[in-house]
Design a binder for this molecule. Sequence first.
Ligand code: SME
Length: 206
Amino acid sequence: MYSSINRCNIKSKSCGEGQASTKSPNQDLNECDKLLSMFQTVRINYVDKQAFYAELEAEIRGLLETTWFTNLSNVSAALMQHLPDLNWAGFYLHAKSEVLQLGPFQGLPACLSMPFTKGVCGKAARERVSVLVDDVHEFPGHIACDARSRSELVIPLVIKTEIGERVLGVLDLDSPLPARFTEEDRKGLERIAAILVGSTHWPTEF
Ligand code: SME
């Protein structure tokens, strides 16, 4: 006898109480089970990065709905699950004027907030460009939330509004390996960030 914790309706992407089943977890998977088990067990092959990001993008598109905290939570979980050698993946949000506030993430508890003037995240938010740091010890003003972090990639989340661009926050990825992130990672993750920004209903204030 096996039991599943969640049962999911793919159309509404909502989950309900689990039910006992007489089948093994790998038998006769319905669409919901497939979605859940995909994220629990499968890692996309990271050797061919172009193929990797195409598949990751498709998976993330399948997860997205419109609620900002739901999307940010699931995107951080999917990135942590699929990208090898990360110790932190998540979001800082532009909650107060030129201050980033910790949002949904995976990894160790982290700094609660940081100004646009500080850290790798601050630089990405301030300059509205992705920042790839091979060795965080060489980055002046790096904020060490997790002492294991050695390299970092931060991607700003920017949306166009009627009165100009609005910085929503940043996607922050940390690795314990030096020079973990490449230009291919930057491009693939910028694309995922753009899809996330475009698919989400953003509140006027966080
Ligand atoms: N390293 C970041 C701070 C955030 S934590 O790493 C999660 C920075 O310097 O911006």
